[in-house]
Write a protein that binds this ligand. Structure first.
Ligand code: ZN
Length: 363
């Protein structure tokens, strides 16, 4: 099995000699949705796949703009900035990075260059992670075993029309791989020279921005997708921008970095804010909390099953075999084979492993 990064799903695929084609010119793979007065969500339109780009949000205040997350590459960051320019000529004063993964930070430099003096806000753990583990992981993602191998595998599979599930490939799988290849090729083309911008303001609890009539609360509610997940809360508008604490239609859990045993409690705190609009890190804007509640039940079930198994002295393999998440696989993935694959890799695989590690640390 390949290593997992949050933005490359591990997948064992046949490989062949890579032949990187030119990146096709494409229209923007996102749409801008107004969700409240002066608040716009930039929602990615790529299918839920094995690698992903991230949503962004603009909060346009009386004098200036707050941007939440800057996407996976400088080019897609620039496209997001171009959309903002269509809405306002006000300067970006703050960029909030909800966590440290590349699909949320790699466009930072575009905003720094366009708005000298812009303040980058993130959790203190993000500032620590980016030049250390983050650097190592990014080098791995760019190495032959990372994105280049991933691209070659998918191209080979597409050429042979060979499904990872056995037999011929269907349209959903084909469309997913084509999108994954575009995202991965863009990563390899644009990111090797990117300057990593560290947050200039860090927090471990909360920071509140008061700007005219707008209040923007930036909060840390606990560990979940990472140990540095921030939530941007607009209390008057009852909007929460939550990064990868919420990903729909299937949550992505990174086994080395996520904390599924605590994720549910963090989501409970998010629910207590009683949001009416939830902007996830990936996936469409959510207008009620039913998906969050489903995630809470999922993580409660994982925690309960894993924590019951650990005192029995079970190994990770035994725990994996014993944990039953069928009900949740059906609820999240339905009949989609690709979504089931994501669920098995990122929830049944990664989340059980991460919960097992955390439960053993607590023992
Ligand atoms: Zn993400």
């Amino acid at each position: 099995m390949l290593r997992t990064y949050s933005y490359i799903l591990s997948l064992t695929l046949l490989t062949s000699a890579p032949s990187l084609s030119q990146i096709p010119k494409r229209l923007a793979d996102f749409e801008v949705q107004k969700i409240s007065e002066g608040v716009y969500a930039v929602i990615r339109k790529e299918p839920p796949g094995l690698t992903v780009n991230g949503n962004s949000v603009f909060i346009i205040n009386e004098e200036e703009v707050v941007v939440v997350d800057s996407t996976l590459t400088p080019g897609s960051g620039r496209e997001v900035l171009d959309e903002l320019r269509k809405l306002t000529s006000k300067p970006v004063k703050y960029v909030v990075n909800t966590h440290w993964h590349d699909d949320h930070i790699m466009g930072n430099q575009v905003f720094r260059d366009a708005f000298p003096g812009v303040v980058f806000i993130a959790h203190a753990n993000t500032r620590e992670y980016l030049p250390t583990t983050g650097l190592t992981n990014r080098k791995q993602a760019m190495s032959e075993q990372g994105y280049p191998g991933f691209i070659a595998s998918l191209k080979s599979r597409l050429q042979k029309e060979e499904s990872v599930f056995g037999g011929p490939m269907d349209d959903e799988e084909r469309t997913t791989y084509e999108s994954d290849i575009r995202i991965a090729e863009r990563y390899m083309s644009e990111n090797p020279g990117v300057e990593i911008i560290l947050p200039t303001v860090t927090l471990t609890d909360r920071v509140t921005l008061h700007s005219g009539s707008r209040t923007v609360e930036i909060r840390y509610l606990g560990r979940g997708h990472t140990s540095g997940d921030l939530v941007v809360h607009l209390p008057k508008e009852r909007i929460v921008i939550v990064g990868d604490l919420v990903i729909s239609p299937v949550p992505y859990v990174g086994s080395p970095q996520s904390h599924p045993g605590e994720w549910g409690a963090t989501l409970e705190k998010l629910l207590a804010l009683q949001p009416s609009i939830i902007v996830p890190g990936h996936g469409p804007v959510l207008r009620d909390d039913s998906y969050l509640k489903l995630m809470v039940r999922l993580f409660a079930s994982i925690k309960r099953q894993v924590e019951a198994a650990v005192p029995r002295g079970e190994t990770l393999d035994q725990v994996r075999k014993g944990v039953n998440l069928d009900e949740f696989e059906q609820a999240f993935a339905g009949n989609s084979r690709v979504r089931k694959l994501i669920f098995r890799n990122y929830v049944a695989g990664a989340a059980v492993e991460a919960a097992f590690r955390d439960a053993n640390v607590r023992q």
